[in-house]
Design a protein around this ligand. Structure first.
Ligand SMILES: [Zn+2]
Length: 366
């Protein structure tokens, strides 16, 4: 299984200029390669593939010596992207490949990482080595095992630089001697409720930040179009957006880490978030809560640590008791009281228990 870690990097001005040069050269190469495929097809009704184009790279560099500055594997990756765009088109996963305008090309990829060489040799001092760019300052904000790194992608987003490091993770065969399980219910009053009675909330500072975002948004709309001030306000807004997004991710990472560390079997609902977001008034809270991202974090972290993560159908989980009785209640009723067995608890915790028992039943049947 592959796992990608994302870290912020801080290139020097010289390094940044180089990276921006590379991005532009790569974007132009992408367009040239696309054009070549189209022309050959039009003139000769013949397709040229990745290998043909890759074999032509040395000759191409002779005519365009500026490309000698770019790492050759990075250039190969550009051709690979053109190829992938065609493959996706042929298999109807995407539309016809399009030319990339300025700003449409925001990342470069080193498709191979030689971990024995310099790449991570100064990681502890806070530097990553990018071939032909140099040692770039990096902030490793969370624990990461990079010993199996396969690929490095360098990306610019809102004038900030990131590296995405893709690692190969061996799947450990889960030996679930300790069958400690937990069910989780995703709700609107708390972010998640667990079957052992925890209610985990969205951090309050995020809610405050969202109000702040709205204020900057309003400021922006008052600025005159095309003015310098508007541009400034725009930058401020995108920075603030990014900050909130990062904090939200951080919360999701921490919460999913805790659950995966503490339990061997994690059982969640199959939410079909997409269907739910069609309902307009629920939509915002669902997006904000980032449930689908949370579920994907749980899934890959469970895999990484040899734990089980399963999802069960979510129908009716809030209308049942753990004894099996129907206990219908609308959203405003926060406490579950079962008329049959007398069990009383927070409604979301009861849902989490129902989810847990569904999952365990599924596992024992398998
Ligand atoms: Zn009951």
């Amino acid at each position: 299984m592959q796992l990608t870690y994302s870290f912020r990097v801080y290139p020097t001005t010289a390094q940044e200029n180089k990276l921006l040069d590379w991005l532009d050269l790569c974007r132009r190469l992408y367009n040239i390669a696309l054009k070549e495929r189209q022309t050959v097809w039009k003139k000769e009704q013949r397709t040229i593939g990745y290998n043909d184009q890759q074999n032509n790279l040395p000759a191409f560099k002779k005519v365009h010596p500026e490309y000698k500055a770019v790492h050759s594997q990075v250039l190969q990756d550009v051709l690979r992207r053109v190829d992938t765009a065609y493959q996706n088109f042929f298999s109807r996963r995407a539309g016809y490949p399009r030319f990339k305008g300025r700003g449409d090309y925001s990342s470069i990829t080193y498709p191979q990482v030689d971990t024995v060489n310099r790449t991570f040799s100064r990681l502890e001092e806070g530097f990553i080595y990018l071939s032909k760019i140099g040692y770039v300052k990096i902030r490793i904000h969370r624990e990461a095992d990079l010993s199996t790194a396969r690929r490095i992608n360098v990306k610019i987003k809102n004038s900030q630089w990131y590296v995405n490091i893709t690692c190969e993770v061996r799947e450990r065969n889960p030996n679930l001697l300790l069958q400690k399980s937990i069910g989780i219910d995703m709700g609107l009053s708390s972010f998640v409720a667990t079957s052992d009675g925890q209610l985990i909330d969205n951090p309050r500072h995020l809610k405050k930040k969202e109000k702040h975002l709205k204020r900057i948004q309003r400021q922006l709309s008052r600025k005159q179009k095309g003015s310098k001030n508007r541009l400034k306000a725009k930058n401020k807004l995108s920075k603030a957006h990014l900050k909130v997004a990062n904090q939200r991710k951080d919360f999701l990472h921490k919460t999913s880490n805790t659950l995966v560390q503490q339990y061997n079997i994690i059982i969640a609902e199959d939410l079909q978030v997409k269907n739910m977001t069609k309902n307009h008034c629920l939509a915002k809270s669902i997006h904000d809560a980032g449930w689908s991202r949370f579920l994907s974090y749980l899934e890959y972290k469970a895999k990484k640590h040899g734990k089980r993560f399963i999802q069960v159908p979510s129908n009716n989980t809030s209308q049942l008791c753990i004894c099996g009785a129907d206990v219908p209640k609308d959203l405003s009723v926060r406490v579950h009281t079962c008329p049959k067995c007398g069990y009383t608890d927070n409604r979301d915790v009861v849902s989490a228990k129902v989810i847990e028992s569904r999952g365990l039943r599924l596992l024992s049947a398998a």
